[in-house]
Write a protein that binds this ligand. Structure first.
Ligand SMILES: C[S@@+](CC[C@H](N)C(=O)[O-])C[C@H]1O[C@@H](n2cnc3c(N)ncnc32)[C@H](O)[C@@H]1O
Length: 258
């Protein structure tokens, strides 16, 4: 009998941000295949007797290659197992969930995707940064700061520099300098506020409020480490207001929203 694989989003780290469906699957799991970004608090929900396969790192400390992960999932599915494939954030957002779903479908194994809170949402909530805000940001774009095989960041920089767009950069720590330069080079104001957040929604969450012009230097000075996400845009100033500062700016935000 062929098994079933659940591609489950674990969210950015805080256990309370799991969906009920994810929680139930994790708490009753017999086999869990998990990534590096799944928090210890969430791994602690796995029943003691369950078999856990860590594909976030192997003996050499490198992650298990994606095709090998696909093979593991297919082999477990063909063996008739009910597998919880646990991934940070949402499986379909920079999570390679599509590739795993393809491999399972090709092997005739049933799968189901359980969405997770993506890091941008968890981080926005914990930092009080609304990702859109009337009169301030009418659109939102998620981009990766790192392309396959270190390929060039060949994006629509003109569109990304649109001041009414909030930009969220995943996997951007190594290339944030180039990203900031490209945005400024395409007309985005160097004073555009930036919020960088490491370990978002976890006990050791670290935040840095800076600007596009200063983000590279400030991220280095602050010693930000992976995982870090960057929110770029005027909405970051809303957080300053909601967190108790910048009264004058609050008035202009309210006026803009009217
Ligand atoms: C491979 S992507 C996975 C994204 C994930 N599927 C999601 O929906 O959030 C990994 C990147 O997500 C971001 N990330 C994941 N968890 C994070 C966290 N708790 N705090 C900050 N950034 C995080 C970082 O930019 C990291 O490099």
């Amino acid at each position: 009998m062929v098994g079933k694989v659940y591609l489950v989003g674990a969210g950015p780290g805080d256990v309370d941000l799991l969906t009920l469906k994810a929680y139930r699957l994790i708490a009753s799991a017999e086999i869990v295949v998990y990534d590096r970004l799944v928090s210890d608090d969430i791994l602690a929900l796995i029943p003691a007797g369950a078999r856990c396969i860590d594909v976030g790192k192997q003996a050499s400390r490198h992650p298990v290659p994606q095709d090998k992960i696909n093979e593991i999932l297919v082999a477990l599915g063909l063996a008739g197992d009910r597998v919880v494939r646990l991934k940070g954030g949402d499986p379909f957002l920079f999570g390679r969930g599509g590739e795993e779903a393809f491999a399972l479908a090709a092997a005739g194994i049933a799968f189901e995707v359980v969405p997770g809170i993506t890091t941008a949402q968890g981080c926005a909530a914990s930092c009080n940064v609304p990702l859109t805000h009337r009169g301030v940001a009418s659109g939102l774009r998620f981009i990766t700061g790192h392309c396959r095989g270190d390929a060039a960041l060949d994006f629509d920089w003109h569109g990304l520099a649109d001041p009414s767009t909030t930009l969220v950069v995943y996997m951007g720590l190594a290339n944030i300098g180039e990203i900031a330069d490209r945005l400024i080079g395409h007309g985005r104001d160097p004073a555009t506020p930036v919020m960088a957040v490491s370990n978002a929604t976890r006990a050791d969450e670290k935040r840095l409020a800076t600007s596009l012009a200063a983000v590279t230097r400030d991220a280095e000075t602050a010693g930000l480490e992976s995982p870090t996400i960057f929110i770029i845009g005027e909405v970051v100033n809303v957080a300053e207001v909601l967190n108790g500062g910048a009264e004058i700016y609050a008035q202009s935000l309210m006026a803009a929203a009217e």
